[in-house]
Design a protein around this ligand. Structure first.
Ligand code: SIN
Length: 349
């Protein structure tokens, strides 16, 4: 009798255990499915840092700025492996250009001054690099384009897109090459003509990189947007120079160059802030970003993404991962579910 009771007790225990396990699993399953249906958690399951930039999908808001390591598929791949959310190439034109004689770069106490003179292999040659790079890259490739006339910008942009570029960024801001760059970007009517020509030549997003060397960068941005720009990159380098006290001569062979690095960050930030108040397209902040806090400042000022240049040249591609991790931790700490939630937040206070 006692033995029978023991057997029944054991059976009950086993049945309870099974039903408890089943219930537990079912509960877990239900919890999982319910969680997945909850928008808030869905975002957590997705990437908090992923953005849609004028139609381009970026895994995070960091990008390689034009001019830094931007010529070969190997360096593009290296940069993408370092964690960049997108890559902008060095500016390319219609014909090959050797650029200025050395010295083309000089270090100052607060950043780099460069005047390379837009050296590039020309779009015909570079097109091969674009198509090969597209085969190995898993992030968008944006080709920086310059020209000496509106039609030239359009021809180069079209060839870049045909080769596989996901977007083009118009360099209307190089501060020292004659008849291109800022000599175009500083004249709103010519700027508009360039943007319109490129827009009608390509079916991909057109970004316009602006110079801070103007009276009102917000008005320049407005002109570009009215002509069809899909996004604004702000800013290119600030016109600058350095003099060697021993030789009493300018250091750079071109005398004038463009200052990049920490010294220009507050200028770039002010530009992004002003542009955000004037235009509705996404802004890509660029200028002196060296850590996650700098990047977060640009996002709060109104940038949807940030480009990093000088810090990559001096500290290497792993900077992208470090900055992305820092932004992610910041979002988490502040309770934001997506990086988009902080874009332009400093305007709301
Ligand atoms: C250069 O090639 O000299 C720099 C280009 C630029 O500043 O846009």
């Amino acid at each position: 009798m006692e033995q029978k009771k023991q057997k029944q007790k054991l059976k009950r225990k086993r049945r309870n255990k099974i039903s408890h396990n089943t219930a537990y699993k079912t509960k877990l399953y239900l919890t999982k499915t319910t969680i997945l249906k909850t928008p808030a958690v869905k975002i957590l399951k997705e990437n908090r840092l992923g953005i849609n930039l004028a139609g381009l999908k970026l895994p995070n808001p960091t990008m390689l700025a034009s001019g830094i390591l931007g010529y070969t598929k190997e360096t593009f791949k290296n940069i993408a492996d370092g964690g960049a959310g997108a890559i902008v190439t060095k500016s390319v034109g219609l014909k090959p250009r050797s650029g200025y004689a050395n010295p083309t770069v000089t270090q100052t106490s607060c950043g780099l001054i460069n005047a390379m003179g837009l050296p590039n292999p020309g779009i015909e040659e570079f097109a091969k690099e674009i198509s090969e790079a597209k085969r190995v890259l898993n992030v968008p490739l944006i080709v920086s384009v310059y020209g000496f006339a509106a039609e030239e910008y359009a021809t180069v942009a079209k060839k870049a897109v045909t080769a596989g570029a996901d977007a083009v960024e118009l360099n209307v801001s190089c501060p020292h090459v004659k008849e291109t760059g800022s000599e175009i970007g500083q004249k709103p009517e010519i700027l508009k003509e360039v943007v319109k020509n490129v827009k009608s030549a390509v079916q991909k997003p057109v970004f316009v990189k602006l110079s801070p060397n103007v009276t009102s960068i917000a008005e320049t941005a407005e002109a570009a947007v009215n002509a069809g720009a899909d996004a604004i990159t702000a800013i290119n380098t600030v016109k600058a120079m350095a003099i060697d006290t021993e030789t009493a001569k300018p250091i750079l062979s071109n005398k004038m160059g463009g200052l990049s690095g920490p010294a220009i960050k507050p200028i770039a930030l002010r530009c992004v802030y002003e542009i955000y108040e004037k235009v509705k397209v996404p802004i890509i902040g660029c200028g002196g970003i060296t850590n996650w806090r700098d990047a977060a400042e640009f996002l709060l000022a109104g940038a949807s993404a940030v480009q990093i240049g000088t810090a990559i040249a001096t500290k290497g591609p792993n900077m992208f991962k470090a900055i992305t991790r820092g932004i992610d931790a910041y979002l988490k700490r502040k309770g934001f579910r997506s990086v988009n939630e902080i874009v332009g937040l400093s305007h709301k206070s």
